[in-house]
Design a protein around this ligand. Structure first.
Ligand SMILES: Nc1ncnc2c1ncn2[C@@H]1O[C@H](COP(=O)(O)OP(=O)(O)O)[C@@H](O)[C@H]1O
Ligand SMILES: [Mg+2]
Length: 260
C-alpha cells in the first residue's frame, strides 16, 4: 500500500560502516513510504540505525545500497532537528530562528517577521534578543523547533528531539508539537525512544529491529485528529503502549534501559 505520490520513499535501503572484517551493518534492508502530511514515528532499540536512517533522509549520508528518495514540490528544504539542538550560542534567539531563512535568502524584513511569529507561537517572544546560554534546556529546544518550522519545510526530520529533557517538559513539548503539526500538516519523520511520544504524535508507529535495523511492525494509534494529549489517559493508549513494548522487548538487549 502506498500513496501515489509519497514525500519520502526508501527502497531496500541499507547502510554499513567500515570495510572488510570490520564492516558493521547498521541499517536495513529497509522499505519505507511516507505520504504527504503524514506523521510517521520510528521506535527501535539503541544502535539499530535510527539516526543513520534520518541522516540518509537529510542527505547527510549516502546509502550503501538501495535508495531513499525525497519528493519536493518547491525549493523548500527538509529541516532536521537533532537531539543536541544544534543552535548557535553566539547568535541571538531571533537570529537562530532566522538562520534557515537567511540561508534561503528570504528578505530580511520577511525573515524577521516569520521568526518573530514562530517565537511567539513557541512562547519565546520575550527572549528574541537573548542569547541561548541564558535559556533553559526546554527553551533551547523550543528555539530549535521554531528555527526548523520557520523555514516551512516540506519534510520535518526529528531525531529524538526531546530525549534530553525531563518528563514534564517532554510532555509539554509533545503537546505543543502535536498542536503545531496538526495545524501545519507538515510531513514528519520522527525518531524517538519513547513509545508514549510515538503514540501521542504519530499517525503510525514503526518498530525497528535490532541492528541492522529493519521495520518489523507498524501500528496506527486509534485516535482521530485533531487529538490532544488527553489520549494518554485512555485504555486504548495503555493497550497500544503494551503491545508496542512487547514487539520491542525482543529487540532490546537486557542491559538497556526500558523506554519511558
Ligand atoms: N559514522 C559511523 N561510523 C561507524 N559506525 C557508525 C557510524 N554511525 C553509526 N555507526 C554505527 O551504526 C549503528 C547504528 O547507529 P545509529 O544510527 O546511530 O543508531 P541509533 O540512532 O538507532 O541509536 C551503531 O552500531 C553505530 O555504532
Ligand atoms: Mg540515534
Amino acid at each position: 500500500m502506498g500513496h501515489p505520490h509519497p514525500k519520502l520513499q526508501a527502497r531496500t535501503l541499507t547502510r554499513s560502516f567500515g570495510r572488510g572484517h570490520r564492516t558493521v551493518a547498521a541499517l536495513g534492508p529497509l522499505d519505507l513510504t511516507v505520504a504527504p502530511g503524514e506523521f510517521t514515528c520510528v521506535v527501535g532499540p539503541s544502535g539499530c540505525g535510527k539516526s543513520t536512517l534520518l541522516r540518509i533522509a537529510a542527505g547527510l549520508l549516502r546509502p550503501t545500497s538501495g535508495e531513499l528518495a525525497i519528493r519536493t514540490d518547491s525549493d523548500r528544504p527538509a529541516a532536521m532537528i537533532f537531539q543536541d539542538y544544534g543552535i548557535y550560542d553566539w547568535k541571538t534567539v531571533q537570529a537562530n530562528v532566522r538562520f534557515g531563512l537567511d540561508i534561503q535568502k528570504v528578505p530580511r524584513r520577511e525573515a524577521d517577521a516569520r521568526a518573530t511569529d514562530w517565537l511567539s507561537r513557541m512562547g519565546l517572544a520575550d527572549f528574541a534578543d537573548a542569547y541561548p546560554s541564558a535559556l533553559s534546556g526546554g527553551m533551547r529546544q523550543r528555539v530549535a523547533i521554531a528555527r526548523a518550522l520557520a523555514v516551512e519545510p516540506e519534510i520535518l526530520l526529528m531525531d529524538e528531539p526531546f530525549a534530553a529533557l525531563d518528563a514534564q517538559l517532554r510532555t509539554i513539548l509533545q503537546d505543543e508539537l502535536l498542536d503545531l503539526t496538526q495545524t501545519t500538516r507538515t510531513t514528519t519523520l520522527f525518531i524517538t525512544h519513547s513509545l508514549e511520544e510515538a503514540i501521542v504524535l504519530g499517525d503510525r508507529v514503526l518498530v525497528m529491529s535490532a541492528r541492522p535495523g529493519r521495520i518489523i511492525a507498524e501500528r496506527r494509534p486509534p485516535f482521530a485528529r485533531p487529538r490532544t494529549g488527553d489520549i494518554r489517559a485512555t485504555p486504548e493508549f495503555t493497550a497500544l503502549k503494551g503491545e508496542l513494548w512487547d514487539l520491542l522487548r525482543g529487540e532490546v538487549r537486557r542491559d538497556e534501559v526500558v523506554p519511558a
